[in-house]
Design a protein around this ligand. Structure first.
Ligand code: FCB
Length: 442
C-alpha cells in the first residue's frame, strides 16, 4: 500500500465504520422489529430474503470486534444505534438491555483508546412507527428528537462526535421513490414528504441536542457523481436534475436553508404544505459534516417519461463487486465542492469502500483490489486537503463483511472477512496493509 499515516497531518482521524442493523443481530437482546425485518420478509425485496436477525452477532461479539479496530491501528470507530433496540416500539418503553449494551460498547471503545463516533439513525425505523407512515409522517421529527435525546442523555458524555442521520438520500429517495430499500415505496408524493421530513428531523433533533448541552453534532450525506450519458443538452439537463436530487437537495438545505430549483420543479407540488416555514429549522449550525462517497453514475434523458425523465446507463470504468464504477476523482471533486459550500467547517470522509467476492484461500484473504481502492481514495482525499479543504478524518467502510441491505450477505465490503456459518472473523490483506500503513510516518 502506498498510503501511510505520515501523508496526513498529526491529529487527522483514521477510522472504520459499521452500522447497527448490518452487524448486530436484530433478533438478539430485546430489540423491537424495524422496517428492514419486514421488508426482507416480503418476497422479492432482498436477495434470498436475507435479513439482519443474526448478522455478525456483534451484540455478543463486540469485544472481539473492537479489538480488531484497535489492532488495525485505527483512531476511531463509527457505529450506529438501532432505534428499535433502545425503544422497541419507537417511543415509550425503553429496553434497558439495549441501552446498557451501547453504554458498554462506548466504554469498550474508550478502554481501547478509540474515539466513539455515533450515528443516531442508520436506517432501522421501528416497525410501529413505520406503520404510522415512518418518514412520510410529519410527527417523525418529534419521534426522532425524543429518541435522539434519550440516547445522547446516556452516551453523549463519552462520544467524540454524533451524526443525526446517515445518508438522507437513501432514507428518502432510494426507499420511497426508487423502492429499493425499506419501506420499498415507489411514490413521488411519499418521496417528497420523506425528502423534507428527514431534514426536518435532523434540524429539530440537532437543535434539541444542542440545547441539552451536547457538542460535536453533524450529519452524514452521501454524494454520487451524476454525469451526463452524452454531450447532448438533454442528457446534461438529466444529470443536473439527478445532481439536484442526490447531492444539492441535502447540502443546500442544511447550509443555506434552500432547495435547488432543478429538484423543486418536480417535487414542489408534492412537498408538505408550509414546507418553506421549516427551512430555517433545517439549516441549523453544524459542528462537522460527514461525506460518504462510492461511485459515479451516468444519466440519460427519457423524454415523455414522468419527471425526472431520465434513466441510468452503465459507465465505462472498472467496476466493484456491486457493479459500481471505481472513480476516486469523484471523492476529490465532492470534497472540494463541499468545502466551498461549508467553508471552515470540519469535513470527514465517513465512508468509502468496495464490495468484492473475497474468498479464504490457504487461510488468507488476498484483496488486492480493495488495497488499490483504498490507496486511490486516500490519495484523492489528500489532494482535496492539500487544495485547502478542511478535511479532518477518513473512515473505511466497513470493518466487517455484513448485511448489505437489499443485496443480503452477497456483497462483502469488510476489511475483515466473516464466515456467515461460523461467524469467525479473519483479517483480509487490506486490513493488514492499513494496519501497517497507519504506523508509518515519514
Ligand atoms: C452506504 C451505507 C452503508 C453501506 C454502504 C455500502 O450507502 O451507508 O450502510 O451499505 O453504502
Amino acid at each position: 500500500m502506498r498510503f501511510r499515516r505520515g501523508d496526513f497531518p498529526e491529529g487527522f482521524v483514521f477510522g472504520t465504520a459499521t452500522s447497527a442493523y448490518q452487524i448486530e443481530g436484530s433478533a438478539l437482546g430485546g430489540a423491537g422489529p424495524c422496517h428492514w425485518d419486514t421488508f426482507a420478509a416480503t418476497p422479492g425485496n432482498v436477495i434470498r430474503a436475507e435479513d439482519g436477525a443474526r448478522a455478525c452477532e456483534h451484540v455478543h461479539r463486540w469485544p472481539e470486534d473492537l479489538d480488531l479496530v484497535r489492532d488495525g491501528n485505527f483512531d476511531a470507530y463509527r457505529f450506529s444505534v438501532n432505534w428499535a433496540r433502545v425503544l422497541p416500539e419507537g417511543r415509550g418503553a425503553v429496553n434497558a438491555e439495549g441501552i446498557d449494551y451501547y453504554d458498554r460498547l462506548v466504554d469498550g471503545m474508550l478502554e481501547r483508546g478509540l474515539q466513539p463516533w455515533l450515528t443516531l439513525y442508520h436506517w432501522d425505523m421501528p416497525s410501529d412507527l413505520a406503520m404510522r407512515g415512518g418518514w412520510t409522517n410529519p410527527d417523525v421529527a418529534g419521534w426522532f428528537t425524543d429518541y435522539a435525546r434519550l440516547v445522547m442523555g446516556r452516551l453523549g458524555d463519552r462520544v467524540t462526535a454524533t451524526a443525526t442521520i446517515n445518508e438522507p438520500w437513501c432514507v428518502a429517495w432510494l426507499s420511497h421513490f426508487l423502492g429499493i430499500h425499506a419501506p420499498g415505496l415507489r411514490d413521488i408524493r411519499a418521496a417528497a414528504h420523506a425528502m423534507h421530513h428527514v431534514l426536518l428531523a435532523h434540524g429539530t433533533a440537532l437543535q434539541a441536542l444542542r440545547a441539552d448541552g451536547h457538542r460535536d453534532l453533524g450529519i452524514v450525506l452521501n454524494m454520487e457523481v451524476c454525469a451526463p450519458a452524452s454531450d447532448a443538452p438533454e442528457d446534461h439537463a438529466a444529470a443536473a436534475r439527478q445532481d439536484a436530487i442526490f447531492n444539492r437537495w441535502f447540502l443546500e438545505a442544511i447550509t443555506q436553508g434552500t432547495y435547488p430549483p432543478e429538484a423543486l420543479e418536480g417535487l414542489e407540488p408534492h412537498l408538505p404544505r408550509g414546507w418553506q416555514g421549516d427551512m430555517a429549522q433545517i439549516a441549523q449550525p453544524l459542528d462537522w459534516l460527514g461525506v460518504n462517497y462510492y461511485t459515479r453514475r451516468f444519466h440519460q434523458a427519457v423524454p415523455g417519461q414522468p419527471w425526472p425523465s431520465s434513466r441510468e446507463v452503465p459507465g465505462t470504468g472498472p467496476l466493484t463487486g456491486s457493479g459500481w464504477e471505481i472513480y476516486p476523482d469523484g471523492l476529490e471533486q465532492f470534497l472540494r465542492r463541499t468545502g466551498a459550500a461549508v467553508g471552515d467547517l470540519p469535513i470527514h470522509v465517513t465512508e468509502t469502500g468496495m464490495a468484492w467476492p473475497d474468498q479464504i484461500v490457504n487461510g488468507a484473504v488476498g484483496d488486492a483490489e480493495r488495497i488499490a481502492f483504498m490507496d486511490a481514495h486516500l490519495a484523492a482525499a489528500g489532494r482535496a486537503r492539500e487544495a485547502g479543504v478542511n478535511l479532518k478524518g477518513f473512515f473505511c467502510w466497513s470493518l466487517l463483511d455484513n448485511y448489505e441491505w437489499a443485496d443480503g450477505y452477497d456483497k462483502r465490503f469488510g476489511l475483515v472477512h466473516v464466515d456467515f456459518e461460523t461467524l469467525s472473523r479473519r483479517p483480509k490483506a487490506s486490513y493488514l496493509a492499513l494496519a501497517d500503513a497507519l504506523t508509518r510516518r515519514p
